[in-house]
Write a protein that binds this ligand. Structure first.
Ligand SMILES: NC(=O)c1ccc[n+]([C@@H]2O[C@H](COP(=O)([O-])OP(=O)(O)OC[C@H]3O[C@@H](n4cnc5c(N)ncnc54)[C@H](O)[C@@H]3O)[C@@H](O)[C@H]2O)c1
Ligand SMILES: O=C(O)C[C@H](O)C(=O)O
Length: 329
């Protein structure tokens, strides 16, 4: 093995997404079958022992691409030299907690982590925030890292994208491989807007194939947008393997590029495209070229889509203003 290993930092490594994610990274699915990785696991002190247990299991898999595992309980060490950072660990909402409390608690995590990334990560650092509220946590981390280009901070809506692919395939009697150019717009929350107006099913316009606006408004959109809650209800815990899978998809495509003739969805800093205020970390239709996300331009947005994009973006603006009010930006 001649290539220098890529340093991948994973926060919340002892959590349930961490458990589903680390083995996929170590097996080569994140970056490619010829790319060695070094894992840097960041946890809170109380969870370090559990992270050590996971590291023992990683060792026991004897992954040829896994060049090392280190475990840390402080961000400065955890992000030192990181090329890829997956920010999974977050403060979950607990009983009686208001939205503002949640944003503040997460500010206490993502602010210091952003600062540590700013001070110690590698120059080519790429950050994916998975921990909720993911878009705004990414904004907080980015604001704390003024020396890192804002475009390197992204949040995950790939799980929503994958959920939408599956729902549309089921409705149209096709497979996800037949579907292209689907988009998730806005926030990774119940206001998100899964858009099929530019999507294709086996080469035909998806909205025309479906031809059922009631299904779109009353079944498809709420099913995708509330899927996270439905999984919590069914499993008694939030999605883990599917979230880990989406994180692998996001980083894989960011680094290696999206397939020709298709696009995906990712929450990236807005450049003002499609009327989304500049700087907000919002989900868009994106392609990755030469290791950079680019927003797909020139799509016509109909009234049905416009009102839904605007509603989700308004929620992101509210979250941004709330964290600004808390002095986190
Ligand atoms: N964006 C998405 O699509 C998506 C999907 C599913 C879950 N999520 C979110 O991902 C997050 C993690 O989910 P999970 O099921 O793995 O949760 P979990 O509770 O099983 O694990 C979270 C882990 O994070 C750790 N942690 C907490 N604070 C930390 C800090 N400051 N530094 C490092 N580690 C820290 C905890 O000790 C814990 O081990 C949650 O916020 C969840 O809502 C997002
Ligand atoms: O953890 C959650 O609240 C749900 C999660 O974001 C999901 O979409 O599955």
């Amino acid at each position: 093995m001649t290539r220098t290993p890529v340093n991948v930092t994973v926060t919340g490594a002892a959590g349930q997404i961490g458990y589903a994610l680390l083995f996929r990274i170590a097996s080569g699915q994140l970056l490619g079958a010829d790319v060695p990785v070094k894992l840097r696991l960041l946890e809170i002190p109380q969870a370090v022992k559990a992270a050590q247990g996971t590291a023992m299991e990683l060792d026991d898999c004897a992954f040829p691409l896994l060049a090392g595992i280190d475990i840390f309980d402080n961000p400065a060490e955890g992000f030192a030299g990181a090329n890829i950072a997956l920010l999974v660990g977050a403060r979950p909402r607990t009983k009686g907690m208001e939205r503002g409390d949640l944003l503040e608690a997460n500010g206490g995590i993502f602010g210091p982590q952003g600062k540590a990334i700013n001070n110690g990560a590698a120059d080519d650092i790429r950050v994916l925030v998975v921990g909720n509220p993911a878009n705004t946590n990414a904004l907080i981390a980015s604001a704390a890292a003024p020396d890192v280009p804002a475009e390197r901070f992204t949040a995950m809506t790939r799980l929503d994208h994958n959920r939408a692919l599956s729902q549309l395939a089921a409705k149209t009697g096709t497979t996800v491989a037949d579907i292209k150019k689907l988009t998730i717009w806005g926030n990774h929350s119940a206001t998100q807007y899964p858009d099929i107006f530019h999507a294709e099913v086996a080469g035909k316009n998806a909205a025309e194939v479906v031809n059922d606006e009631a299904w779109l408004a009353d079944t498809f959109i709420p099913t995708v947008a509330k899927r996270g809650a439905a999984i919590i209800e069914a499993r008694g815990a939030s999605s883990a393997a599917s979230a880990a899978n989406a994180a692998v998809d996001h980083v894989h495509d960011w680094v290696n590029g999206t397939p020709e003739g298709d696009w995906t969805s990712a929450a990236i800093p807005s450049d003002g495209s499609y009327g989304v205020p500049e700087g907000i970390i919002s989900s868009f239709p994106v392609v990755s070229k030469n290791g950079k996300w680019e927003i797909v331009q020139g799509l016509e947005i109909n009234d049905f889509s416009r009102s839904r994009i605007d509603a989700s973006v308004a929620e992101l603006v509210e979250e941004r203003d709330a964290v600004k009010g808390l002095g986190l930006l």
